[in-house]
Design a binder for this molecule. Structure first.
Ligand SMILES: CC(C)(COP(=O)(O)OP(=O)(O)OC[C@H]1O[C@@H](n2cnc3c(N)ncnc32)[C@H](O)[C@@H]1OP(=O)(O)O)[C@@H](O)C(=O)NCCC(=O)NCCS
Length: 280
């Protein structure tokens, strides 16, 4: 890995680099240089990941209110494709956490696509964030190379940055893969093309912990088997909406690896019985 560091972005050139990365990753810049500039000055955070002095990733968060308290809303984080999986995303999140703690905040929130397993592992498995809110088609139709025309469903993630659970997760790292013998909400198989598909899903379970399997290669599926990707969107929407309403929370993520046969799973834990939702 070449020399890299994480720093606050401040100059016009820095913000232009963020626009460039947005174009490369999503296809169009949604946070302009003006917006990034004013956010950095007045209560938000814009961080960059520099490799050999060149900005190759950024994180953009503004001050927001959720459940009646001030939080940082981390609206965007992206790393250029060839610099991914080198830990830059993780390090930007850690730098953001340090800054937010200094500002007296205890929670950072953001949204992510629950079918993106890399994001799931980073957010839930590595950072210890939790999700119990599902936003169907969160942003409406928007031009995104990643979405490829699917509804923009998202988990809303709470990262309680001063909680004992998060401190422990950051100190100890993701635990060894959990027990895959836990009851499964969906059973799956690989189709003739080698893509994962659901065979069945159960919406009547009430065990303390449950597994939900997702594909490990959503981007390839969206490019080569779009109809199947659309089905995954619809089926996982039903699953998560049902179990969140029934009092479950996404508690962990088991990444694809040797012990899981290349498969990956969310771990849901029941916190309470069903409750009316919609708290802001
Ligand atoms: C999300 C994103 C910012 C992460 O940045 P990154 O620098 O690659 O992140 P990191 O390297 O710190 O962490 C990625 C982790 O996922 C793991 N990973 C890679 N592929 C994976 C997969 N298919 N499934 C699960 N985990 C995977 C990596 O091994 C790494 O874990 P490790 O550090 O334990 O090895 C980057 O992938 C990105 O720009 N994605 C497109 C834009 C986006 O989705 N942004 C987030 C929403 S705004």
């Amino acid at each position: 890995m070449p020399r890299s560091h994480i720093r606050l972005l401040k100059s016009h050139e820095d913000f232009l680099a963020c626009e460039r990365i947005q174009k490369a990753v999503w296809g169009a810049p949604a946070a302009s240089t003006e917006l990034l500039n004013v956010t950095q000055k007045y209560g938000g955070v814009v961080l960059g990941a520099a490799v050999e002095g060149r900005i190759v990733g950024f994180l953009y968060a503004f001050l927001a209110r959720r459940h009646r308290r001030l939080v940082h809303w981390s609206h965007m984080m992206a790393v250029e494709a060839r610099y991914r999986d080198l830990g830059l995303g993780f390090r930007m999140k850690l730098a953001h956490r340090r800054l937010a703690l200094k500002q007296g905040l205890s929670c950072i929130c953001w949204t992510y696509d629950p079918l993106q397993s890399r994001n799931a592992f980073l957010n839930i498995g590595r950072l210890g964030a939790r999700a119990n809110e599902y936003a169907p088609d969160c942003y409406g139709p928007f031009p995104s190379r990643i979405e490829k025309g699917l509804p923009s469903d998202r988990f809303v993630v709470d990262w309680r940055i001063s909680s004992a659970a998060v401190v422990r997760r950051l100190r100890e790292g993701a635990p060894p893969p959990a027990n895959l013998a836990m009851p499964r909400i969906n059973t799956t198989r690989f189709d003739r093309r080698g893509f994962l598909e659901d065979r069945s899903m159960a919406l009547t379970l009430s065990h303390p912990q449950l597994l939900v399997e997702i594909p490990a290669n959503t981007d390839v599926m969206r490019a080569k088997a779009w109809e199947l990707a659309r089905r995954w969107r619809a089926e996982t929407r039903r699953i998560f909406q049902h179990y969140f309403a029934a009092g479950y929370q996404v508690e962990d993520f088991i990444p694809p690896g040797r012990t899981t046969d290349g498969r990956c799973f969310y771990v849901l834990r029941r916190l309470r019985g069903p409750q009316p939702r919609g708290r802001v």
